[in-house]
Design a protein. Sequence first.
Length: 216
Amino acid sequence: MATQLPPSTHLDGIDISFDQCPPNAWLPKNVTLRLADVFTDVPDDLVEKYDIIHIRHFVCVVKGNDPKPLLHNLLRMLKPGGWLQWDEWDVLNRHFTKIHPDSPQENIDKLEAEFAIMRRHNAQPSWPPRLDDSFLESSMTDVAMEKRLSPIGHLPYMHDLTLLVFQELIDQAEAKGNIDAEQTRHLRQLLGGATRESRAGAAWNLTRCMAIGRKV
């Protein structure tokens, strides 16, 4: 987008870490990266700064099955009349796709079952398909919502992303001491098997929810 928009357009990337981003010298001149936690109070210099905010893939970090605190902060960062676009996965509404009924999925199923046990005390993220309701309840206007599955040709890449999320969750659980060395090895073995099954033609297709709305 940085190269397609007018030179006067400036794009800010905001995150708690940019370890996976290229060096600043390789970024377009109209792109700035800023370390900030959008779950905390909005810094004064970001209040009503942006005409457009795009956010995605927060389903694993929104707490208590409630996006409203995060939405409140995003709206504080928007100028009056500014637009918010939120792109999220509905992880509870998914479809399993295989190239053949006999294609293996044993490791994928076992990995999902292990994480279901680990998440059993956490609220299930049922909020993404209701993002438009959250927008309306926050007094936004011109609200619209689209929900769709990924095209079949995109599934290998989308499932790779899902498996990378599993990898990150395993690493975090290990770092926090929530799982011991034996469980860590077991989960990583399942992840390796799930990756091989995915390459052979088995993948989850998650429903993608895209909501837009304008701040009054």
